[in-house]
Ligand binder design. Structure first.
Ligand code: C2E
Ligand code: MG
Ligand code: MG
Ligand code: MG
Length: 288
């Protein structure tokens, strides 16, 4: 094993490690061309009102179909974009496309866009958002920006000040992956969040860990008192839907409703969600 031989030094002649490094280099080098060719664009996952199946908003999730490598997950390319500084261009492209698509979809649909810390703390962040809104014609009130705790943690003063200015122009702000960080509760006081997104790890452990349900109930009640909307992420099964609904959750995202789809597929999908709503709610009729 290379590591054992080299006292912790990395030897690039380990074939699988070498391949991983080459892949990373290629991804890093290919951002400019991918952006020019439009290979990176958002897909959209609907945010569902659980009672009715109505789509209240959509989350833009970056997708890259690479000419040689095929589909690359954002879990892989976003960190590479962040490390190499390309996230500014990638993030702006996603933001622009998301705003344009939201205008095209009409119907007052809100669109959520994920932000990286490098984007948020840039001097011209608010100006960029303002410019994109005016170029695309999207009302600021229909744009929601999602940040994680780690984004706020990195440079709290600057991040919070940028978030305030964004909120002043009418944009909503969501705290993403809530509950996974170190000091989740302290970040609730630092800013007037519009929405908390409960991380899917809580949902995932609902079947095996009784505490998860109590934690979700507590977050829902806390958020209600603070007048922050709650959305629960990663709902995959009907059983989870029933438990979450009983815990007071009203809005959800997850594979039970839909994966992220292209903007072209979205209208059909939203229709299907309305039709499917009675099926998800079947479980609620059963005795506890
Ligand atoms: P996120 O913002 O927390 O997005 C939710 C992720 O969970 C998405 O993964 C989504 O496809 C996935 N997901 C949704 N429902 C379910 C479910 O029921 N089960 C499971 N197992 N997963 C579900 P995705 O699209 O791979 O994105 C991963 C992360 O990459 C996002 O997490 C976000 O942090 C980041 N990301 C994606 N697009 C962008 C972007 O344009 N800019 C930035 N800065 N980050 C982005
Ligand atoms: Mg998100
Ligand atoms: Mg999330
Ligand atoms: Mg996440």
């Amino acid at each position: 094993h290379a590591k054992a031989r080299g006292k912790g030094r990395v030897h690039t002649y380990d074939p699988s490690m070498r391949a991983a490094i080459m892949r990373r280099r290629q991804i890093e080098a290919d951002f400019p061309a991918a952006l020019v060719r439009g290979e990176i664009r958002p897909y959209y996952q609907p945010q569902i009102e659980m009672q009715t199946g109505r789509t209240t908003g959509i989350e833009a999730l970056a997708r890259w179909h690479h000419a040689d490598l095929g589909w690359i997950s954002p879990a892989e390319f976003i960190p590479i974009a962040e490390a190499s500084g390309r996230i500014i261009e990638v993030g702006r492209t996603v933001l622009e496309s998301a705003c344009r698509d939201a205008v095209r979809l009409g119907d007052g649909l809100a669109v959520s866009v994920n932000l990286s810390v490098a984007q948020l703390v840039r001097e011209d962040m608010v100006e960029t958002v303002r410019a994109v809104l005016s170029e695309t014609g999207l009302a600021a009130t229909r744009l929601k920006l999602e940040v994680t705790e780690s984004v706020v943690m990195t440079d709290t003063e600057r991040a919070v000040s940028a978030l305030r200015r964004l909120r002043e122009i009418g944009v909503s702000i969501a705290l993403d992956d809530f509950g996974t960080g170190y000091s989740a509760l302290s970040y609730l006081r630092k800013f007037e969040w519009d929405e908390l997104k409960i991380d899917r790890s809580f949902v995932k452990s609902l079947d095996t860990d009784l505490h998860s349900l109590s934690i979700i109930e507590a977050i829902v009640s806390l958020a209600r008192q603070l007048r922050i909307a709650v959305l629960v992420e990663g709902v995959e099964t009907q059983e989870q839907f029933t438990l979450l609904s009983k815990a007071g959750c009203r809005t959800a995202q997850g594979f039970l409703f839909s994966r992220a789809v292209s903007v072209e597929e979205l209208p059909e999908l939203m229709k299907r969600c309305l039709e499917d709503a009675p099926n998800w709610r079947r479980g609620e009729a059963l005795p506890a």
